[in-house]
Structures are given as structure tokens and as C-alpha cells.
Ligand binder design. Structure first.
Ligand SMILES: Cc1cc2nc3c(=O)[nH]c(=O)nc-3n(C[C@H](O)[C@H](O)[C@H](O)COP(=O)(O)OP(=O)(O)OC[C@H]3O[C@@H](n4cnc5c(N)ncnc54)[C@H](O)[C@@H]3O)c2cc1C
Ligand SMILES: *[C@@H]1O[C@H](CO)[C@@H](O)[C@H](O)[C@H]1NC(C)=O
Ligand SMILES: *[C@@H]1O[C@H](CO)[C@@H](O)[C@H](O)[C@H]1NC(C)=O
Ligand SMILES: *[C@@H]1O[C@H](CO)[C@@H](O)[C@H](O)[C@H]1NC(C)=O
Ligand SMILES: *[C@@H]1O[C@H](CO)[C@@H](O)[C@H](O)[C@H]1NC(C)=O
Ligand SMILES: *[C@@H]1O[C@H](CO)[C@@H](O)[C@H](O)[C@H]1NC(C)=O
Ligand SMILES: *[C@@H]1O[C@H](CO)[C@@H](O)[C@H](O)[C@H]1NC(C)=O
Ligand SMILES: *[C@@H]1O[C@H](CO)[C@@H](O)[C@H](O)[C@H]1NC(C)=O
Ligand SMILES: *[C@@H]1O[C@H](CO)[C@@H](O)[C@H](O)[C@H]1NC(C)=O
Length: 528
């Protein structure tokens, strides 16, 4: 396979910012926690080694940093947890909840650590991290085409496990292999086959959660309201979700990939203008997203131009795709030789930034480095006008390393009701935008974040309104931050953007399952 893949690597390596004040380290509470945890293990158990890590443990830093997927939060000025608990079983989670409450330590839950604002591992009050990386089993049942997946597994591990059992099954979730199941499923989760099959959360059929009292619940015992809330409402407001039962989807044995690249000088802007209305109307089997970046250009003032990379994934053969593309995007000039057929799992590798013929084992690698970044999101319901686009291109070339990923909606996403799960961005959405700035030196962070905010302000007239929508899994603390006593009504400032009309039901579920607001962070849902 010889498709150039340089632009896609960016998709899986994007990062972010925010300001946290530093925490005092409550050593009294830390001792209390250890005592409580110890006695919970039976008292005569003489060690918590390998389960609880204090700041003086030799592996504390390695474990903390291993799942920090935004290097903005790797600096020493970012507050660190008093303790890290890495449960090997559910009892360890129950104890961590009980003991943190007794010791007045806040809890942060981490699965894959991709939270754009670091909420799974940073807090400005004394806190512990419950890091689920040891709880990562995946049990596939081919008979009923389902799987139980623990939250600490990664998407790469899930895709690998499915491919190991079947060439014609898959799962509709995100592209990057290191994303954690826990955060991704609880925030929605979309990828290159979501126009056909929906979000990851749309395909969850059962779950296991440990609530504020330490009770282990499944779908039946938690009830439909809580089960609804954790499929897109974010897990961190409701409890520790330990495992998910998913419905696998059937994928064809052959899928087809293509890539087309243009810049401002060879028709990129014109094709993009058309893409805005055509891509969301393509058959659900065809995903065609646009990734925008900038590169040097000899022929432009200021030497920079916008580069438009259109990548397509078709759930079917090249023979069927070719006439479809010639009809819908003749401008691409695609020929049979431009289309690459492969298996679904090879397309997963390709979209994750690997080459399609690399060994599947790369999907299991968790040892990656991440840039520093800030990301924001928007939804588009009317195509951006040509004036709007011209101004956008001018803003993009001002930033060192900007990326915009534009994802067409439509397909089954328009058919699933807005209230089916908390994720509300369904009918009427043409496409979603994720825009990011990434940088090497954190000293320059403020400059890049300022540019991001300028771009966000610039786009206001062109994007969804009342509310201006945003995707929870692209967490953005600029949208609003809870104070110690933020009410449900105050939290609407950011809550309606992520959840629209579903926010109220989330507040009611929260009031029922965690009235004392034990599970909280800067953007957790206040009880209503
Ligand atoms: C490089 C990169 C690429 C991405 N690509 C995509 C993509 O293609 N599609 C897409 O939809 N999203 C994408 N995302 C966003 C991603 O889906 C979210 O960041 C997601 O929340 C990450 O889940 P996590 O478990 O890795 O993160 P974490 O940081 O561990 O968790 C995120 C949030 O969920 C909470 N949480 C985590 N686990 C649990 C649990 N078990 N129980 C309760 N609460 C929990 C955390 O406390 C935190 O608030 C991408 C992110 C990055 C950094
Ligand atoms: C202490 O730990 C060691 C090693 O794990 C074990 O052999 C021993 O039985 C333990 N002692 C008690 C009192 O639990
Ligand atoms: C936390 O502890 C306090 C007292 O120590 C208790 O009243 C409260 O019920 C506990 N909360 C939870 C969620 O366990
Ligand atoms: C792949 O599947 C085989 C049997 O189907 C199993 O023995 C093996 O452990 C699996 N490999 C992984 C990494 O899951
Ligand atoms: C940028 O422009 C300058 C003069 O306009 C030219 O000398 C230089 O070669 C250009 N650089 C690139 C990378 O095109
Ligand atoms: C398609 O293939 C032809 C012939 O190999 C090549 O010249 C052309 O650039 C390719 N087009 C795209 C969009 O990759
Ligand atoms: C992770 O990768 C780096 C660089 O590739 C390497 O130096 C390091 O040893 C790796 N760590 C682990 C735990 O594999
Ligand atoms: C928050 O509410 C509690 C209890 O009502 C009160 O004691 C505290 O002062 C409030 N804190 C702030 C910052 O308003
Ligand atoms: C937790 O326990 C308390 C005290 O037993 C009970 O009143 C409350 O309903 C329980 N909460 C949940 C969510 O089960």
C-alpha cells in the first residue's frame, strides 16, 4: 500500500491548555487514605504495593505520565495527585471511593487520558486518580456478536481483538488507537464508519458501573435513566464505569480508501465549498472528511497556503465506489488506480496514522508521545459563505501548526433522535469541526491559545447558534467552568452547548444518583 499518509498522522497527535491553580498536598488525608485502604483489604494484608502509589513511590511519575496525552499538562507547575490507585479488581475501586471520601480527597477517573483539558488527571484541590489501565479485558462472543470491554482497554486493543476473531465484524468508534474506552464511550465516540452505524455510545447495550455508595450495578439494576446518561453524558459525573457491553457491527470484507490533496492554488477552496453540502448527503457507506492544515507555498504572499486533504473510506469495493465519486466529485479526477482496496482492520490502521500493511500489533502500543495542544469544536448547519471561508483561510495561515478536521454528518446520524442518548448533534448537522493548534514549547502556549480563541470568535456568525454546539469529547474549558457551588442553571452556559435539550435530564439523573456531588470536576453536571 503506497498511499501518502503524512497528514493523517496529525489526527492522532493533537494537543491542548488550561489554567489550574496549584494544590496544597494534604498529607494527613493521604495517611488516612492508606490506612483506610489497608484495612479495607482485610487489615492483615501487609501491602498495597502495585495498587496504590504515593508521591514517594518510585513508579509514581511513570504511571502518572504514561497516560498524559496532552504535553501541556506534563509541566511541573500542573498540580499532581496525592495518590494514584491502579485497581486490579472492583474491590480496589470500591475502597478507593470510600477512602477518598473519608479522607476528603477528590476523585479523578482515568481510562486512556485523552481528555483535552486533562480533567482525568489534574485538579486544583487535593485528589487521587483512579487509573483503570489494569482493567482492560475484552471478551468477544461471536455467537450473539457482542463483546464486554473493560474501560481501561484502548480502542486499538478493541479493534485488534475483533480482528483476531472475525474479518467481517468491526465497531464504530474513534480513529486513534490509544484512546481509552472509558472516556470515549461515555462521551459519545465517533469515527470513520459512524455515518453507517452511529456513535460508539449508540452501540452500547449494557454497562457495569460502581456508584457513589460503592454498589456495583448493571443496566437492569442501575435503571434506564442512568444507563442513558452514561452513553454520551460523560462518565465522570455519575460513577466509575468499569465495563461496557457492545453490539459489534458487520463490515464488508473489502473496503476502499482514497486520498486527495489540494491547496488554495489548485482549487482547494472551490472543492471545499462544494464538499460542505455534498459530503453530508453521500450514501452512509461513504465517509469523506476534510483535514485542513497549512504549508509553505512559493507562489503565495507570506509563503503559506491552506492545504485541503480529503480522505475517503467506502464500505464496499473500488468498482462500486468509482462511479459514485466520478458523479459526486468529478473535480477529484479519481481513477481506479487512485482507489485502494483493503480489509476493514487495515483501514483502521491507515486512519490511525499507520500504513495499512503494518503488523496489527501496532494497535496495542500505548507508548506514544503527544504534543501540546488546544482544541475547540463547532457544528455547522448552513454552509459557510465564500466570504466566511476567505477570512478563515487568512486566519489559518497566521498560525504555525493549525489543524481543522471537518467531519460530515448525515447518514444514520440524522435518523437517531436527539434524545436517544445525551449526545444531541443529529439531524440538521452538516458537519462537525475540530480545530486545534499544537506547539513544541509550552512557553508559547498563551500565544497559540489566543489564536484559537480568535478563530472561535471569528467563526461565530457561521456556526450553529442557540446554543452554539460543542462535542463533549473535545472538552473545552473556555465554554465554562464550575465553581465550588455552581448550580445546574449556571452550568447551562456550557451544558447546553454539549447536550442541548438533554442537559436537563442529565441534571435530574445526577440528582438521583449523586445528590452530594461527590463525582465532580470543572465540567461535571450539577444536580438538578
Ligand atoms: C489524539 C486524539 C484523537 C482523538 N480522536 C477522536 C476521534 O476520532 N473520535 C472521537 O469521538 N474522539 C476523539 N478524541 C477525543 C476522545 O474521544 C476523548 O478525549 C475521550 O474522552 C478520551 O477518553 P479517554 O478514556 O482516553 O480519556 P480520559 O482522559 O481518561 O477520560 C476522559 C473523561 O472521561 C472520564 N472517564 C474516563 N474513564 C471513565 C470511567 N471508566 N468512568 C467514568 N468516567 C470516566 C474522565 O474522568 C474524563 O472526564 C481524540 C482525542 C485525542 C487526544
Ligand atoms: C505479607 O506479604 C507476603 C508477600 O506477599 C505474604 O507472603 C505474607 O503472608 C503476608 N503477611 C500477612 C500477614 O498477610
Ligand atoms: C462521605 O463521608 C461523609 C462523612 O465522612 C458521609 O456523611 C457521606 O455520606 C459520605 N459520602 C459518600 C458519597 O459516601
Ligand atoms: C487471538 O485469538 C486466538 C484464538 O482465536 C487466541 O488464542 C489468541 O490469544 C488471540 N490473541 C490475542 C492477542 O487476543
Ligand atoms: C518565501 O518567499 C521568499 C521571498 O518572497 C523567498 O525568497 C523564499 O524562497 C520563499 N520560501 C519558500 C519556502 O517558498
Ligand atoms: C490518480 O492516479 C494518477 C495515475 O497514477 C495520478 O496521476 C493522479 O495524481 C492520481 N490522483 C489522485 C487524486 O491521487
Ligand atoms: C517508549 O518509547 C521510548 C522512545 O521510543 C523508549 O525510549 C522507551 O523505552 C519506551 N518505553 C517503554 C515502557 O516501552
Ligand atoms: C458553597 O456552599 C457551601 C454550603 O452551602 C458554603 O458553605 C460555601 O461557603 C459556598 N462556597 C462558595 C465559594 O460560595
Ligand atoms: C446510597 O446510600 C444511601 C444510604 O444508605 C442511600 O440513602 C442512597 O439512596 C444511596 N444512593 C444510591 C445512588 O444508591
Amino acid at each position: 500500500m503506497t498511499i501518502p499518509n503524512s497528514n493523517l498522522v496529525l489526527l492522532c497527535a493533537i494537543i491542548f491548555i488550561s489554567v489550574f491553580s496549584s494544590s496544597s498536598s494534604g498529607s494527613a488525608s493521604h495517611e488516612g487514605f492508606l490506612e483506610c485502604f489497608h484495612s479495607g483489604l482485610g487489615g492483615n494484608t501487609n501491602t498495597t504495593s502495585g495498587i496504590v502509589f504515593t508521591k514517594t513511590s518510585s513508579s509514581y511519575e511513570t504511571i502518572l505520565d504514561a497516560s498524559i496525552r496532552n504535553s501541556r499538562f506534563l509541566t511541573t507547575s500542573v498540580p499532581k495527585p496525592n495518590l494514584i490507585v491502579t485497581p486490579h479488581n472492583l474491590l480496589h475501586i470500591q475502597l478507593a471511593l470510600r477512602c477518598s471520601n473519608q479522607s476528603n480527597l477528590q476523585v479523578r477517573i482515568r481510562s486512556g487520558g485523552h481528555d483535552y483539558e486533562g480533567l482525568s488527571y489534574v485538579s486544583n484541590v487535593p485528589f487521587i486518580i483512579i487509573d483503570l489501565f489494569n482493567l482492560r479485558s475484552i471478551n468477544i462472543n461471536m455467537e450473539d456478536e457482542t463483546a464486554w470491554v473493560q474501560s481501561g482497554a484502548t480502542l486499538g486493543e478493541l479493534y485488534y481483538a475483533i480482528a483476531n476473531r472475525s474479518k467481517v465484524h468491526g465497531f464504530p468508534a474513534g480513529s486513534c488507537a490509544t484512546i481509552g474506552i472509558g472516556g470515549h464511550f461515555s462521551g459519545g465516540g465517533f469515527g470513520a464508519i459512524f455515518r453507517k452505524y452511529g456513535l460508539a455510545a449508540d452501540n452500547v447495550i449494557d454497562a457495569q458501573i460502581i456508584n457513589v455508595n460503592g454498589t456495583i450495578l448493571n443496566r437492569r439494576t442501575m435503571g434506564e435513566n442512568l444507563f442513558w446518561a452514561i452513553r454520551g453524558g460523560g462518565g465522570s459525573s455519575f460513577g466509575v464505569i468499569t465495563a461496557w457491553k457492545i453490539k459489534l457491527v458487520r463490515v464488508p470484507s473489502t473496503v476502499t480508501i482514497f486520498d486527495v490533496s489540494r491547496n488554495l492554488d489548485d482549487g482547494g477552496s472551490e472543492i471545499f465549498t462544494k464538499w460542505q453540502t455534498v459530503a453530508p448527503k453521500l450514501p452512509a457507506e461513504l465517509f469523506l472528511h476534510a483535514v485542513l492544515g497549512v504549508s509553505d507555498s512559493a507562489s503565495r504572499v507570506g509563503n503559506r497556503t491552506v492545504v485541503f486533504s480529503f480522505t475517503g473510506l467506502y464500505l464496499g469495493t473500488a468498482e462500486k465506489l468509482l462511479p459514485l465519486m466520478q458523479k459526486s466529485f468529478a473535480e477529484f479526477g479519481l481513477q481506479r488506480s487512485n482507489l485502494t482496496e483493503m480489509s476493514w482492520i487495515q483501514s483502521v490502521l491507515y486512519l490511525a496514522g499507520f500504513s495499512g500493511d503494518q503488523s496489527l500489533e501496532v494497535l496495542l502500543n500505548r507508548n506514544i508521545t503527544s504534543p501540546s495542544f488546544k482544541t475547540k469544536s463547532d457544528y455547522i448547519t448552513e454552509p459557510i459563505s465564500s466570504t466566511g471561508l476567505e477570512g478563515l483561510w487568512k486566519l489559518l495561515v497566521l498560525e504555525e501548526s493549525p489543524t481543522m478536521i471537518l467531519t460530515p454528518y448525515g447518514g444514520i446520524m440524522s435518523e437517531i433522535p436527539e434524545s436517544a442518548i445525551p449526545f444531541p448533534h443529529r439531524e440538521g448537522m452538516l458537519y462537525g469541526i475540530q480545530y486545534s493548534a499544537s506547539w513544541d514549547s509550552n512557553e508559547d502556549a498563551a500565544k497559540h491559545i489566543k489564536w484559537m480563541r480568535t478563530l472561535y470568535d471569528y467563526l461565530a456568525p457561521y456556526v450553529s447558534k442557540l446554543p452554539r454546539r460543542a462535542y463533549l469529547n473535545y472538552r473545552d474549558l473556555d465554554l465554562g467552568v464550575n465553581g465550588p457551588n455552581t448550580s445546574y442553571v449556571e452550568a447551562q452556559s456550557w451544558g447546553l452547548k454539549y447536550f442541548n435539550q438533554n442537559f436537563k435530564r442529565l441534571g435530574k439523573v445526577k440528582a438521583r444518583v449523586d445528590p452530594g456531588n461527590f463525582f465532580r470536576n470543572e465540567q461535571s453536571i450539577p444536580p438538578f
